[in-house]
Design a protein around this ligand. Structure first.
Ligand SMILES: O=C(O)CCC(=O)C(=O)O
Length: 300
């Protein structure tokens, strides 16, 4: 569906102004949408998994562990394929208000794509560089949206998501170095073209939902506080968007319709999109392993 046709549908949870802002700028931060009981459940699960990570010394299908990870001091950068980690992570994706937020932004027929929980630990080493999401998981159109839920208060100093307004209608950048190797981030020469002065932080209290269109150029700075910044990230698209390359981190639910009905006709947007590596052959570590040029073995 196009933004124009999505906006003809009645809103479910977002205001018309919020929806319009998302389509105008490519992103949105909305407070107070997630019920307290869901928030408490997500936080409890996150804490359980951080505790469980202490039993692991290397990354695996569940945990992307940073170099400082130790049993007594977990350094989990990412909990992977969240919906396969616990049934409640999937129930949240499919049954909670989150899927209605997605419907407001992609249209009434909503397809689930992927999920993860990113941590950003205090200190200088946890910067996420400028990137777009769609080059990692291209679809036939640009409806995919990432919905992030902050599981801690996320003031500007705690490394909130930061977006370039309007970049969702600009170029789709090749996320590779000059040798053609996937980097998960914009090339320096493309970063130089960004209007950094217009970048907007998306801080917010615990439970804030940030919505980022798949073409929006975004990043996050280091966490300058003394508390971790967890954000659960769920990706949805309109049902008429079809992934045309294997997903980097497929889940057992990838492709599931969570609102409305499956598409019988694909929507094909003519805007060209760079081709990512074939993750089903190459394997995928995480944005951290790619941006820091860690080897796949280190990611595993
Ligand atoms: O966790 C973050 O700060 C950034 C997450 C992000 O942009 C991503 O994983 O694509």
């Amino acid at each position: 569906m196009t933004p124009e046709s999505i906006l003809t549908q009645p809103p479910r949870v977002l205001t018309s102004a919020q929806r319009q802002r998302y389509f105008d700028t490519g992103f949105l931060a909305a407070e107070g949408l997630i019920p307290a009981d869901w928030l408490a459940r997500l936080i409890a699960l996150s804490n359980e998994f951080l505790e469980a990570s202490k039993a692991h010394s290397a990354s695996n299908e569940a945990f992307d562990l940073g170099p400082a990870h130790r049993p007594d001091k977990p350094h989990v950068r990412r909990l992977r394929a969240l919906v396969d980690r616990h049934p409640d992570f999937w129930r949240f994706a499919a049954e909670s208000v989150l899927a209605d937020v997605a419907a407001d932004l992609v249209g009434p027929d909503v397809k689930f794509h992927s999920s993860k929980l990113n941590y950003k630990w205090p200190g200088p080493g946890e910067v996420v560089k400028w990137h777009q999401d769609i080059p990692a998981w291209p679809h036939t159109n640009y409806s995919p949206v990432t919905l992030g839920i902050y599981l801690e208060d996320t003031p500007p100093a705690r490394g909130p998501l930061t977006c370039i307004p309007g970049s969702h209608t600009g170029p789709i950048f090749v996320h590779r170095d000059d040798a053609g190797k996937w980097t998960g981030s914009l090339h320096d020469r493309d970063v130089a073209t960004l209007d950094h002065a217009r970048a907007q932080d998306l801080p917010g209290p615990i439970g804030t939902v940030v919505a980022i269109n798949c073409r929006t150029v975004h990043a996050s700075r280091a966490n300058a506080t003394d508390r971790v910044r967890p954000v659960a990230l769920y990706v949805y698209s309109s049902a008429d968007a079809f992934a045309w390359m294997p997903a980097p981190t497929p889940t057992s639910r990838t492709g599931a319709i969570v609102r409305g009905k499956p598409a019988t006709v694909a929507h094909l947007d003519p805007t060209p999109c760079p081709v990512p590596p074939d993750w089903s052959q190459e394997g995928y570590g995480s944005i951290y392993t790619a941006q820091r040029r860690e080897t796949r073995d280190a990611a595993d």
